[in-house]
Design a binder for this molecule. Structure first.
Ligand SMILES: Cc1cc2nc3c(=O)[nH]c(=O)nc-3n(C[C@H](O)[C@H](O)[C@H](O)COP(=O)(O)OP(=O)(O)OC[C@H]3O[C@@H](n4cnc5c(N)ncnc54)[C@H](O)[C@@H]3O)c2cc1C
Length: 376
């Protein structure tokens, strides 16, 4: 599959084989990972690189990898400004940004370190902007500074504001491309990827049959909707918008529960691309925590205009939404937001099987800079 980003043409690699071609599906593995989004792929990649003598399988319900959140997002490499200092999110995000850049450099994947301005347009926003600056500094976000109206104009000639937080370390990347590359690394290291395998049961395996050589070495049975079974010693679920359900079917808690939100995006027409150089954000308003999306440029692709709304979605994977039209803007396919997890809740949970099943309960941003750090 060929994709373009930042003007470059990239061969998206790591596409999975259809299930029928996988010979070892009915076999046993040391570790099974459920969910082929960026979190599952980064995790299984890191695991196999660290433990090359173990056997790994990744199960994904769709035909292709990374087609949900990991393929429907704003593509920002967040630098870690917003999160509570010392929290898991803050630590993962800051380190994750560095790892993301390093990985893209190593693999020759295109990205753009185009920076980010959080712009105050009203005097009353300035204390909140300064508080964000202090947070960012405590989180060790690189190269952060406060700029005045002139500094804003220098960076974004068509943007007006009275003060801004400048984060030049923020960038943009095609996260799906990164996820597929993780998948390729995993397969090259000997891992097995199976698509079109929707897991609907995770349980302790029954007693092994007489004559079995495997004994209870692989006590966990994972079954998919087609009735196929994989056995393993450990299972990690990375189900994104279905992470609560996967946790529940294994007998664990469904908390934190996923609450789907859909964000409607508008796309700047090519003739208006000159208006934006990097990412431009408003100062977050605590009264509207889901609102205030970015205006950002994706050189070589479209320019995204802000995501003006966040509406409760009735489907977890429904990407069709309302029609939005503005002069100079055209509609883009709509993406879906999610989750009500708090600062420390985006974490791996021990499951019921005496630490044999783990559930990564993902929520919203910025999980994509987490996966490498989570995997570590
Ligand atoms: C609107 C929006 C904008 C965002 N913008 C950014 C951004 O700019 N920067 C950033 O860092 N992050 C961003 N994020 C967050 C980021 O996209 C997600 O946190 C990340 O993609 C989550 O990855 P994941 O692998 O957990 O989930 P997903 O990509 O959703 O992957 C989960 C996978 O599990 C599979 N699955 C589910 N159930 C089963 C099952 N029963 N059996 C088998 N497979 C199953 C699904 O098919 C899917 O492929 C954004 C998110 C949204 C919604």
């Amino acid at each position: 599959m060929i994709r373009t980003f930042c003007g470059a043409t990239v061969k998206a690699v790591g596409t999975a084989r259809p299930i029928k071609e996988v010979r070892r599906l009915h076999s046993s593995y040391d570790v099974a990972v459920v969910g082929g989004g960026i979190v599952g792929l980064a995790t299984v990649r890191e695991l196999i690189l660290r433990h090359p003598t173990l056997s790994f399988i990744l199960l994904e319900k769709e035909k292709e990898l990374a087609v949900h959140q990991s393929g429907h997002n704003s593509g920002v490499i967040h630098s870690g400004i917003y999160y509570t200092p010392g929290s898991l999110k803050a630590r993962l995000c800051v380190r994750g940004a560095t790892l993301a850049y390093e990985y893209c450099d190593k693999k020759g994947l295109p990205y753009k370190k185009c920076g980010k301005l959080i712009v105050a347009t009203e005097q009353e926003e300035i204390p909140r902007l300064q508080a964000l600056y202090e947070r960012g500094m405590k989180n060790n976000v690189r190269d952060l500074s406060i700029v005045d109206a002139e500094g804003i104009r220098e960076r974004e000639p068509y943007c007006r504001g009275i003060m801004a937080l400048d984060s030049p370390y923020t960038g943009i990347v095609d996260w799906r491309m990164v996820a597929l590359r993780y998948g390729q690394d995993f397969e090259e290291a000997g891992g097995t990827v199976v698509t079109e395998s929707e897991v609907n049961d995770i349980c302790s395996a029954a007693e092994s049959q007489a004559g079995s050589t495997e004994g209870m070495k692989y006590p966990i049975a994972i079954r998919d909707k087609k009735g196929r079974e994989v056995r393993c010693r450990f299972v990690l679920t990375c189900g994104g918008l279905h992470s609560d359900r996967l946790s529940q079917i294994s007998g664990c808690s469904s908390e934190p529960r996923i609450v789907p939100f859909r964000g409607d995006y508008l796309v700047l027409k090519p003739e208006k691309h000159y208006l934006v150089n990097g990412n431009i954000y408003p100062v977050p308003d605590p009264r509207f925590p889901f609102l205030g999306g970015p205006l950002h440029s994706e050189d070589g692709r479209e320019c995204l205009a802000l995501s003006p709304n966040a509406v409760l979605a009735f489907k977890r994977e429904g990407y069709k939404g309302v029609r939005l039209q503005r002069p100079g803007l055209c509609r883009r396919s709509l993406v879906q937001g999610s989750s009500e997890a708090g600062d420390e809740e985006h974490c791996v949970r021990d499951g019921r099987n005496v630490s044999r099943d783990f559930h990564w309960c993902t929520g919203q941003n910025p999980a994509e800079v987490h996966p490498r750090t989570l995997a570590e």
